[in-house]
Design a protein. Structure first.
Length: 275
């Protein structure tokens, strides 16, 4: 009973901003709806001492158009980030992405959005996350904290502006096969919510950047490979005033390789938590 209360308390803590913000935004702000498709591929490798590792992720996203509401209609983002990881314990990891590259096409909600040019971004990311299993071991709780240093292009003036963002995410997973998330042929469910906050001298009004909610299922195969299908719901500020918001909802597909050298090897050394 105590574990269930802990789970519900954690979920409510991070989901509360989403529950409150959507009705308020609908009344006081201009919110533009969009259909989106997101995808992500992530690979990781740890050394035999379970301490140091490296990895990379590739993100590709599409969105609906101004008139065509198909989620695959228009490009949204492509990005690549390398990662260096240090494993404190089986349940805690510190990661650094020295320099990631993103190219983003803005959402299309108004005719004038067709004139908005895509922009590039360079991003350095420091990330820490930890897992814990209070009570029922089929449930795995994860808190993730990200500090991002962002250099974002203005495609009209060719200038770049620097600002910071802090992100905090809570995720709950449930395994249907046993209690070990890294057991092969394991089906699991997950739900998460993440809040992003902008800060720095170049951030004037929209300190609230976005809220991301995910819910989905995943399956582990080949011992170290996972595939996930998620429902994604993200609300994000548009422009610098904080008076307009883009609300994207749709499908996300992900593929994770937790340990490159362990693919297909049933007797490979135990995988550490990579996400």
């Amino acid at each position: 009973m105590h574990a269930m209360k802990t789970t519900l308390r954690h979920c409510a803590l991070l989901l509360f901003p989403l529950w409150v913000s959507l009705p308020v935004l609908a009344q006081l702000k201009q919110v533009y709806p969009h259909q989106v498709f997101w995808s992500k591929v992530e690979i990781n490798q740890l050394d035999k001492n379970y301490r140091w590792g490296y990895g990379a992720d590739l993100v590709y996203r599409r969105k609906s158009g101004l008139e065509d509401r198909n989620m695959f209609s228009e490009p949204l983002r492509i990005s690549f980030r390398p990662w260096i990881n240090y494993q404190f314990s089986p349940n805690a990891r510190l990661s650094v992405s020295p320099l990631g590259y993103m190219k983003t096409h803005e959402y299309l909600a108004k005719p004038e959005d067709l004139l908005r040019q895509p922009y590039r971004e360079l991003r350095t990311t420091l990330q820490f996350f930890h897992h814990f299993k209070p009570g029922n071991p089929r449930f795995m709780h994860t808190w993730r904290y990200r500090y991002e240093m962002r250099w974002q292009e203005n495609p009209v003036t060719d200038n770049w502006r620097y600002f910071n963002r802090f992100r905090i995410r809570y995720r709950l997973r449930y395994t249907f096969k046993g209690t070990d998330f890294y057991e092969n042929n394991n089906l699991y469910a997950m739900v998460s919510n993440e809040i992003g906050i902008n800060f720095g001298k170049n951030v004037l009004y929209n300190t609230f950047n976005q809220n991301r909610f995910y819910a989905g299922v995943g399956y582990r195969f080949l011992n170290t490979v996972r595939a996930e299908a998620r429902y994604v719901n993200r609300i994000r500020t548009r422009g610098s005033t904080g008076l307009e918001f883009d609300h994207g909802r749709g499908l996300m597909l992900t593929l994770f390789v937790d340990q490159i050298t362990g693919m297909g090897k049933q007797d490979s050394y135990k995988i550490q938590y990579t996400d």
